[in-house]
Design a protein around this ligand. Structure first.
Ligand code: ADP
Length: 444
């Protein structure tokens, strides 16, 4: 309120005081005090009347739009200001609810299911698609724990891990044919968005692709074994006589072997991709496995490389021995195949930051950085002819990646052209089995 406004409001009181003081001088104290008290009483009654009018006005359902009480003077100003304030407030409220309604309609029209969860994972809001995906009812289920309604154990585990970088694929328990991809997105003050996508069709196509590759590979296995067998017999008997015939025989044998390796790798990949094929968990003695691999590497290298094995821990791993052997041997054979004669190769098993770490380091040809993110894709090769010459199928690192992810491990690749490469497999702490008082293993 401005100072001039304040002065205006108090004019009546000031005038009254001056008049009472004059009366005091003329008629004495008692009549002046009676006049003063009576006038103040009248003034208070006047204000009380308007206070009552204000109270009544505020109690109406929409004071901003209802007609103003008939007021003048200072009270008139108060009522006008209040009306203006209320009108602007109701306008911004309306704008807010229109925006909210628009947002709600947009989220409802989304092809994905959206559930808003509060900090205790209780449902605050969900759109119709989420109701359909999870069998929810917005009116009935608001405030319910999401895990009471989405009952898959994998979902409860996913929610508890607090690592939502990858989506979770679940088969809906109520409608078995519905396959959902669920992604949690934390936001705001410990709230979360649960986004669900129907990927039933996509999964069906993916299953068809997997089955097709597995079936074709399986069907090719027997004819290739027969051809390989006959070629071997022919080479042993050496009945061709001619030089061209011998060369043809060698080429056919090499290509048959290559096809056999390809078929075996494709079958291995489809076994790994099959979700029903769970990891056969056991305690794997990595030290023993690496000693075996070291000898295999030496015979593969045939003395062309300096190979070292460095065992810094005797920790074992919980996992599948066959799968881990296949992954590690792929990394080791790559190091030999992509390192020219005279190069150095190091195999190392150690614990770093609580994680189990298997490292294969070579001083070989190295890899340009632009290829690194794509190396684990099937059939991705930096140099196709070199891969073929050295007996590669282009599937080795794809197999490694699958095996590691089945063991919740990660593959890191550090490499520079002509400066060698480092392939590191990191295993989580909960997969390590560490003996308390075993001495460190002897190096080979
Ligand atoms: P391949 O059978 O062709 O070796 P992989 O999947 O094992 O298939 O490897 C994919 C590609 O990654 C290889 O073709 C090669 O170009 C590159 N690569 C893998 N390991 C190494 C390595 N140790 N040094 C250099 N390049 C490598």
């Amino acid at each position: 309120m401005h100072v001039s406004g304040l002065r205006q409001r108090f004019t009546s009181v000031i005038l009254l005081t001056i008049s009472s003081a004059s009366l005091w001088l003329i008629l004495g104290a008692i009549p002046a005090l009676i006049f003063y008290s009576f006038s103040l009483l009248l003034l208070s009654l006047h204000h009380l009347r308007y206070l009552a009018a204000l109270d009544e006005w505020l109690q109406t359902s929409a004071p901003a739009t209802s007609t103003l009480p008939n007021t003048t003077g200072a009270w008139g100003d108060v009522f006008t200001r209040l009306t203006r304030l209320m009108r602007s407030q109701s306008q911004s409220q309306q704008q807010l609810s229109t925006a909210l309604e628009r947002l709600r309609r947009a989220t409802s029209a989304m092809p994905e299911g959206v559930v808003i969860l509060d900090e205790s994972d209780r449902i605050e809001w969900c759109n119709p698609v989420a109701e359909q995906h999870f069998g929810l009812d917005f009116n009935r289920d608001t405030g319910q724990q999401i895990t009471y309604l989405v009952r898959q154990t994998q979902f409860a585990e996913y929610l508890a891990t607090r690592n939502y970088s990858e989506p979770l694929i679940v088969r809906q328990s109520r409608q078995q044919e519905l396959i959902l991809s669920l992604q949690l997105i934390p936001y705001g003050d410990k709230q979360k968005l649960l986004i669900s996508r129907d990927i039933t069709l996509l999964e069906r196509v993916e299953t068809m692709r997997r089955d097709f590759v597995a079936n074709v590979s399986h069907e090719l296995r027997t004819p290739l074994t027969v051809i390989g067998g006959f070629l071997e017999t022919l080479s042993e008997e050496d009945q061709t006589g001619s030089k061209i015939g011998k060369r043809a025989l060698t080429l056919m044998t090499d290509q048959t072997l290559r096809m056999q390796r390809l078929v075996e790798d494709l079958l291995a990949l489809s076994r790994l991709e099959n979700a029903q094929n769970q990891v056969r968990e056991g305690n794997v003695n990595i030290v023993e496995m690496l000693r075996e691999l070291y000898h295999e590497a030496q015979s593969l290298s045939a003395g062309r490389h300096h190979i070292n094995l460095k065992l810094d821990t005797d920790a074992q791993l919980r996992g599948s021995a066959d799968e881990l052997h296949s992954a590690f041997s792929n990394l080791v054979s790559n190091a030999i195949r992509y390192t020219p004669g005279g190069g150095e190769i190091l195999l190392n098993w150690r614990i770093e930051g609580g994680q189990g770490l298997f490292l294969v380091q070579d001083s070989g040809i190295g890899i340009e950085s632009e290829h690194l993110p794509r190396l684990t894709e099937r059939f991705y090769r930096v140099d196709r002819s070199r891969s073929r010459e050295t007996g590669g199928t282009g599937l080795g690192l794809a197999i490694v990646k699958h095996i590691l992810s089945r063991h919740q491990a990660h593959l890191e690749i550090v490499s520079e052209p002509r400066n060698g490469s480092r392939f590191i497999a990191r295993f989580p702490e909960n997969r390590l089995i560490i003996a308390q008082d075993n001495p460190m293993p002897k190096q080979p």
